[in-house]
Ligand binder design. Structure first.
Ligand code: ASP
Length: 332
């Protein structure tokens, strides 16, 4: 009997349709149904039997917290209800794929693989990359080697951990990398290879119930002479969380630090990340006074996902600090 896989689709370029096979940039994302994606790769039926469901069919920039709620509920329910289910594959737009992957990594407590996959070329393009990416994602989902490794991302024959993977190029295949860590493994004719995977990991928000209304967490991008009005506007609007995409190793400008010092209301939960794309952010002497915490190697968008869940879980700054220390957020 073939292993059973739950295939969830959310849209993106992997389900994109253009009006000519030579169109690589102009096409409609999220145009093909889950059934059409499956039908395009008949080889998939040698690997598994499928239950297919659409969570959404959108460009991943248009995903909402409600879609995240649906994904989490569906995956938790499927694992709880079906002991024969071997894994879950999620097709996803590449632009925000790493955020959904990291979110699920923090929330799904089951050793069975959850694998996210996308494509950089629409399904209608010459040499579309989606079909092979999907085939390889299913190869990983049914592999015993992939159990207990947390949420995985499969692109271009590489297997990445949700913690570190990031989209690092706007176009072309090979747009995904795991900065500072490298991929966990790869796929070839001999199957799935995961030589550097470790199975010990924490799932900090395993039992967390997600609300209908999520907290507001904003990301501020560091640059020369940043507009002070922006940070003041966010504080006045009452954001509950703030991620600074600091320059270099997560440096805030004096202007931003002054705006935090001058603020008399309660401060949001705040993380300092960096805009370099690789490398850690360490603690600074004035972090405590300003209410900041360093995000380690989490990129700004992943630091935001962590803050969202920390706020939903009701953590304060010291709770978040304990979480950052207890959970290896900073390693690949
Ligand atoms: N626009 C696409 C998205 O949904 C990009 C992609 O999937 O490659 O993120």
């Amino acid at each position: 009997m073939l292993p059973s896989v739950l295939l969830l689709s959310t849209g993106g370029t992997i389900a994109g349709r253009g009006d000519a096979s030579t169109r690589l940039n102009s096409y409609a994302a999220g145009a093909l149904s889950t059934e059409e994606l499956l039908a395009a790769v008949p080889e998939l039926h040698q690997l598994a039997s499928f239950q297919v469901e659409a969570i959404a069919n959108v460009d991943s920039a248009d995903l909402q917290f409600g879609h995240w709620n649906q994904l989490v509920l569906r995956i938790r329910a499927a694992f709880a209800a079906d002991p024969h289910l071997v894994g879950v594959v999620i097709t996803h737009g590449t632009n925000t794929l790493e955020e959904t992957a990291w979110l699920l990594d923090l929330l799904i407590d089951d050793p069975r693989p959850v694998v996210l996959v996308g494509a950089m070329r629409p399904a209608t393009a010459l040499s579309a990359d989606g079909p092979l990416n999907l085939f390889q994602a299913v190869q990983v989902a049914v592999s015993l080697k992939a159990r207990g490794l947390g949420v995985l991302v499969v692109m271009d024959g590489e297997i990445h951990s949700a913690r570190v993977v990031s989209k690092v190029a706007t176009q072309g295949v090979g747009a995904f990398a795991s900065p500072g860590a490298g991929p966990l493994g790869w796929l070839d004719d001999a199957g799935v290879h995961l030589p550097s995977a470790r199975t010990q990991r924490e799932i900090p928000f395993a039992g967390l119930q997600l609300p209908e209304l999520w907290p507001e967490v904003a990301i501020l991008h560091g640059c020369v002479n940043p507009p002070a009005a922006l940070i003041q506007a966010l504080l006045m609007a009452g954001v509950e969380g703030l991620v600074f995409t600091g320059t270099g190793a997560g440096q805030l400008s004096a202007l931003e630090r002054r705006a935090l010092e001058a603020w008399s209301g309660s401060l949001p939960l705040m993380l300092r990340s960096n805009r370099c794309g690789a490398g850690p952010v360490h603690g600074h002497a004035d972090d405590h006074q300003l209410g900041l915490l360093p995000a380690g190697t989490l990129n700004p968008q992943k630091a935001r996902v962590l803050l969202l869940l920390a706020l939903i879980a009701g953590l304060d700054r010291s709770g978040l600090q304990r979480l950052l220390q207890a959970t290896p957020m900073t390693v690949g």
